[in-house]
Design a protein. Structure first.
Length: 306
């Protein structure tokens, strides 16, 4: 979704606003963090919404992660903090940077660009390592992690392209929306690009599926029906994408059965590239592969009993 762009010089803003002292990384007072996250509503077609968050992990680096939008300061995320904002659809630079002072590289170097579509909501997670590229996360996974965060309220936004969100009134959900729950697994966590076999699945993918089995047993003690749906990006021919999605779904099903779930209760299907969460990816093949990462996923859909 994100690509490195040509950089240009931008004036540095005040270090008081942009460089949070290390001690503030442990500050969970109401002055720094506000209300707990609640699921954001859809926005109008003339806006794109971004939810940027930082996990409250034990190994979080000290200090705040400065968030920049189009090279202008938007917020400073402490561990366990999130910010939600809207911009006009189109190309924007986004990033959250740790240890940003004194050069404020988030404004001047390593800027990452994204094409944001109107009416869409994008979930981005701060990376605690050296890689400052925003981590795009599927909504289901993001909101399970956002449950442990609170709104960041201690820093004043100076991002001129950020606007108040025009939220849409909630519409009646389809009848089936209340009958199932989706658990989305990033295909790039499960498999290398283009891979789908049982032997191809990564150690992190096997761990993610074991954790999902535990969660399913805890959250759904009367579990009776599961559908594993393989999704792909639009790169390649439709028939090949459909086959790839189905192979990945079969592999995940096998691992769910290995984890102790009943094989008779699990069916598989492929959505191929019919339900994209990221669109408009351009550039070289490598850039398109990176941009389409959120589309490559496997969804485990659980039927909920009445």
């Amino acid at each position: 979704m994100f690509k490195h762009t040509t950089l240009f010089h931008a004036a540095l803003l005040s270090a008081v606003l942009y460089n949070m002292p290390a001690a503030m990384a442990q500050d969970a007072s109401p002055k720094a963090l506000g209300s707990a996250y609640t699921p954001v509503a859809a926005v109008s077609a003339d806006q794109a919404q971004v939810v940027y968050y930082r996990l409250p992990v034990a190994n979080a680096q000290a200090g705040a992660a400065n968030v920049y939008v189009d090279r202008e300061f938007q917020s400073a995320l402490l561990p366990g903090g999130y910010t939600a904002f809207c911009v006009t659809p189109g190309q924007h630079s986004l990033g959250a940077y740790l240890n940003d002072a004194p050069n404020y590289n988030g404004k001047n170097t390593d800027v990452y660009s994204a094409q944001l579509s109107g009416g869409m909501t994008y979930f981005l997670r701060v990376g605690e390592g050296a890689n400052t590229a925003p981590q795009a996360v599927a909504r289901a996974q993001a909101e399970s992690e956002l449950g442990a965060t609170r709104q960041q309220i201690h820093a004043l936004s100076r991002a001129s392209h950020v606007a108040a969100c025009n939220y849409q009134a909630a519409s009646a959900a389809p009848a089936r929306a209340s009958t199932f729950k989706d658990y989305s697994l990033s295909s790039d966590v499960l498999f290398a690009f283009g891979k789908s076999g049982y032997a191809d699945i990564s150690p992190s993918g096997r761990k993610a599926i074991r954790e999902l089995v535990t969660q399913l047993r805890t959250s759904h003690p009367n579990l009776e029906q599961i559908e594993v749906i393989g999704h792909t990006d639009p790169i390649g021919k439709p028939a090949a994408n459909h086959a790839l999605g189905l192979k990945r779904a079969h592999t995940v099903r096998r691992l769910l059965v290995d984890g102790g779930l009943s094989a008779a209760d699990i069916k598989v299907s492929s959505a191929a590239a019919d339900d994209l969460v990221t669109q408009g990816c351009k550039g070289s093949r490598a850039e398109q592969v990176a941009c389409h990462a959120p589309n490559r996923r496997v969804v485990v859909r659980v039927d909920l009993l009445p």
